[in-house]
Design a protein around this ligand. Structure first.
Ligand code: 4DW
Ligand code: GAR
Length: 203
């Protein structure tokens, strides 16, 4: 059987991309990271793609007149490479309704909070200000509304009195990698079903 072809979209460091590359490199894994797209020329994550011999494309959003044209250029790249599924990994451009519709249930994102708490930015700082005792990350299917969509998996972290936004971020990052690797496995092995706003998964 041919492998499921995954594209990863990044804008920065790419530690989640690295985790996905590691997961896909397991022997006989049924998915491959076939393409990386970045909208930032100097994204640190590009180095992970290069090291693994994965093709990458730089698409400068500023070179396009509008969001729709940028998104359709990305869509064309994804089709050219025969991509089946897209993972956002620190990708910072809002995707248009049209793009999201074309990749319905084939587009996932990882967010550094327990959604629906703390959508948007500064999630660790807001978790501390709010005083929650548990924090975490969420992997979800992408919908037009940002930081919303059926939840695939979450990982939780206990907030300690001494935590700062920096310590929370640092302790959460390995849990993000775990959650995204697990998600890639669920998707590659087709062990999920989207039922309305709920996602069923099984062993
Ligand atoms: C996300 C949400 C908003 C912005 C950036 C990232 C989270 C994940 C995501 C990326 N693209 C998405 C999602 C999503 O959940 N749903 C959809 N698309 N439809 C954000 O506001 N970005 C702004 C730009 C920031 C920058 O370039 O630094 C923007 O104007 O796009
Ligand atoms: C991760 O913490 C991810 O959860 C967050 O950006 C970081 C990317 O790190 N995503 C968002 O905030 C989306 N709204 P990485 O480049 O090392 O994977």
């Amino acid at each position: 059987m041919s492998k499921l072809k995954i594209a990863v979209l990044i804008s920065g460091r790419g530690s989640n991309l690295k985790a996905l590359i590691e997961q896909a490199s397991e022997p006989n894994f049924p998915a491959e990271i076939a393409l990386v797209i970045t909208n930032k020329k100097d994204a640190g994550g590009i180095a992970h793609a290069e090291k693994a011999g994965i093709p990458y494309v730089f698409l400068d959003h500023k070179a396009f007149t509008n969001r729709h044209d940028f998104d359709m250029a990305m869509h064309a790249e994804l089709l050219t490479r025969g991509i089946d599924f897209v993972f956002l990994a620190g990708f910072m451009r809002v995707l248009s309704k049209e793009f999201v519709a074309k990749w319905h249930d084939k587009l996932v994102n990882i967010h550094p909070s327990l959604l629906p708490a703390f959508p948007g930015v500064d999630t660790h700082e807001r978790a501390l200000v709010t005083g929650v005792k548990f924090h975490g990350c969420t992997v979800h299917f992408v919908r037009e509304e940002v930081d919303a969509g059926p939840i695939i998996t979450q990982e939780i972290l206990k907030v300690e009195d001494k935590d700062t936004p920096e310590t929370l971020a640092a302790r959460l990052l390995p849990l993000e990698h775990k959650a995204y690797k697990h998600t890639l496995r669920l998707i590659a092995e087709k062990r999920y079903l989207v039922k309305g706003n709920r996602v069923e998964t099984w062993d």
